[in-house]
Ligand binder design. Structure first.
Ligand code: SF4
Length: 391
């Protein structure tokens, strides 16, 4: 177990459901928060008892849902348990996801004192009109206030999520939004285009003709603009949807997400979380009632490592190699090198994926940079066409 692991912990509770959200989250079930945290701790306890030695961990991500919605002592408890049960390496990246409408100075101080050193802030839009249309509970003023408070409490690594391709969002509006978010000098930005999902209020309104999705060409133009504008304003794009600030010797790329993209081991705890380690891919139940039942049926001494799991798939070598390509090519600067592929799989990438690589080269979607395969500019814009070749 030499390579360090990443740990993900899912807190599914939200104050209210945003209109576009199809994440694994629950609103209006606050009476179950204490029981959930108890079950979560039991899940961590069961898994860690199955290992003879402590697993080394170099990133921890507390995500949701809205982890910042629940009482902060729960987060402190999680941090204590993780530190007891895993060999958390000094200076690990420890992130909490936060909704700007649920933060305050006391929470931020408690997070920082517990060892959390990175905040991922769900900003989503810098315009209150759009925030309201999205069903968000916060305003842009909350964002500014919370960033100021987080800095005061000691946080030196803050990331913001921002959505583009919003219905009725003009190019000018997106350009102004980027300028606004850039002026906050955050260390990291994640930009996503809006997807209208079935089963969400947005999905229903779109079916009823009450909500018109943004034009696809406009969305592509907004993405292209972000790539060139942020490059000229201090941010390097290192992944399809992620940028790091470049004015320091510190690398602000998300180490936790890198673990996924580099196809390295991670363990997820909590409702609907996923794990991938020891050549197995494991999924937890996404249903809250079932999660409670599974955990109470698999207490201390349970025969299975992952007491809330609903599926455990053994990964073939072919599956693993495809994932190395599909995930690694998302890293637009570092791609997949022949050397990394060989040291991970003891096979030659050109031989295994000769046909796929030739086809992608032919369509100018990927290119060789010395010994490394990376996306071209066109490949970055049409990323899904590339990744689909390795599914
Ligand atoms: S806060 Fe995040 S997880 Fe919760 S409903 Fe909104 S988008 Fe979904």
């Amino acid at each position: 177990m030499a390579e360090p692991y990443s740990i993900y912990i899912h807190i599914p509770f939200c104050q209210q459901r945003c209109f576009y959200c199809d994440f694994n989250t629950v609103a209006g079930q606050d009476s179950k928060i204490d029981a959930y945290l108890k079950a979560l701790k039991q899940e961590i306890d069961v898994l860690t008892r199955h290992f003879d030695e402590q697993i080394p961990v170099h990133t921890l991500y507390i995500g949701g849902g809205t982890p910042s919605y629940i009482a902060p002592h729960h987060i402190v408890d999680i941090m204590e348990l993780v530190n007891q049960r895993f060999a958390v390496i000094p200076n690990s990246e420890i992130t909490i996801e936060a909704n700007p409408g649920t933060l305050d100075e006391e929470k931020l101080n408690m997070y920082f004192a517990s060892g959390i050193n990175r905040i991922s802030l769900g900003v989503q839009s810098v315009d209150d009109v759009f925030l309201k249309k999205l069903g968000r509970i916060h305003t842009y003023e909350d964002v500014e206030r919370n960033i100021e408070l987080a800095r005061k409490c000691g946080f030196e690594n803050i990331s913001a999520d921002l959505i583009f391709g919003l219905p009725d969002q003009s190019m000018q509006h997106w350009q102004d939004s980027l300028a606004c978010i850039q002026s906050l000098s955050l260390e990291h930005l994640s930009l996503y285009s809006l997807t209208i999902e079935e089963g969400t209020p947005f999905g229903t309104w779109a079916e009823e003709g009450k909500l018109i999705a943004s034009d696809e060409d406009l969305v592509a133009d907004q993405y292209s603009y972000a790539i060139s504008w942020l490059a000229a304003h201090g941010y390097e794009q290192y992944e399809i949807s992620n940028w790091r600030r470049m004015d320091s010797h510190i690398d602000y790329a998300s180490k936790h997400n890198n673990q996924y993209w580099l196809n390295q081991p991670y363990i997820g705890f909590g409702l609907g979380s996923h794990s991938c380690f020891e050549k197995k891919r494991i999924a937890n139940t996404p249903i809250l009632g079932e999660y409670f039942k599974k955990i109470s049926n698999n207490g201390p001494g349970a025969a299975i490592e992952m007491p809330a799991s609903i599926s455990v798939d053994e990964l073939s070598i072919q599956d693993e190699m495809k994932e190395t390509m599909m995930l690694g090519l998302r890293l637009v600067k570092t791609g997949v090198s022949r050397e990394r592929f060989y040291s991970k799989h003891q096979k030659d990438m050109d031989e295994v994926f000769h046909r796929e690589i030739e086809e992608l080269l032919h369509h100018e979607l990927v290119q060789w940079h010395n010994d490394t395969l990376i996306l071209t500019e066109r490949g970055i814009l049409l990323g899904n066409q590339v990744f689909m070749r390795f599914v």
